[in-house]
Write a new protein. Structure first.
Length: 137
């Protein structure tokens, strides 16, 4: 799995996950085999850092900065992995559809109807009493 521009990465510091980032650009350094890796740290607010790394370090090999072990790991999308694992197509249900029976006998409920059905029902009747109707004794 090759890491390149626009990939999401997880940066490990001392073998502990430290922060997520996105590789914005990779430009050659004047020293052959080394690269300027421009990373947007996904924090609030986002910030930019530039590390000078070898190709193997960009691909996940560990290195140190000031004696501190660091490693980059490419983050693959859980959505893509989920889609690759499916053998059959999923069922698409429009939010506006009314209740209907599923192939398996289950009920398909539109989102708006589901929210209405899930409201708790009061088991007692509420009574409104006006203070104007009360008489002083």
């Amino acid at each position: 799995m090759s890491t390149t521009v626009n990939d999401l990465i997880l940066v490990y510091i001392e073998e502990n996950p430290a922060f997520f980032g996105r590789i914005e650009d990779i430009t050659p350094d004047m020293k052959p085999g080394w690269w300027h890796v421009h990373i947007m740290v996904l924090s609030i607010p986002p910030r930019m850092i530039t590390w000078i790394l070898e190709d193997s370090q960009i691909q996940g090999k560990g290195f140190t900065m000031g004696g501190v072990p660091i490693r980059l790991e490419k983050v693959s999308s859980p959505y893509k992995e989920e889609q690759e694992g499916r053998d059959e197509e999923g069922k698409v249900i429009a939010l506006g559809e009314r209740q209907e029976e599923d192939k398996d006998g289950g009920k398909v409920i539109a989102l708006g109807e589901r929210q209405e059905e899930e409201k708790p029902q009061k088991s007692f009747e509420s009574k409104v009493i006006s203070l104007m109707d009360r008489r002083k004794k």
